[in-house]
Design a binder for this molecule. Sequence first.
Ligand SMILES: [Mg+2]
Length: 213
Amino acid sequence: MIKVISFDMDGTLLDGVIDDYFWFEEIPKLYSERHKVSILKAKQITRKAYDDLGQDNLLWYDPQYWFDKFEITAKPVEILKDLKHHIFVYPEVINMLKELKKDYKLVILTRSTKDFVEVKTEAEGLKNYFDHIFSAISDFKEIDKHHGIYQMMLDILKVKPNEIIHIGNELKNDYETPMSLGIKSFIVNRNGKIRGQFVVKNFNEFLERVKLL
Ligand SMILES: [Mg+2]
């Protein structure tokens, strides 16, 4: 008996281009304004700082850490709100959420951090459909969605693996890992590159598959 459906966010419910734009265009722009250097120079300096810290470090993902380091006084979430036109919710998503919400509790499990989550889930009123939004980094201090993250989600939601479905766009993080815990999982793959029984091409197809369970 399925009670909960869990969704990955970036690349699943919406296109995540805002992330790259924020790190590699907007922060350099703010840096260049703050320190009176060219955009090109600002891009080199910020890129080197990102690389020096490295993406294995949780701080890498924290906009406030970089704003402090680069002496940028604006609030990250306000800057992100100005970039919301870079967020694109896939066309059939809202309709699918409306349908599924009638019968299931809906949650998001994402690697996006809380500032990004806040802005992204405001797009098209996305956040109104979800009972719980888990950020691996902000809530669990983990970069990847490994077994422990899924287990913590099950514990918090008080459901067993066979009472939840997960869907996302990454084979390892959204399919292999949850399946190994006994969570029925699907991959949404819009370009047809991933094939298998567990793959759907969009959320209209996912809706049909859920009805058959
Ligand atoms: Mg994803």
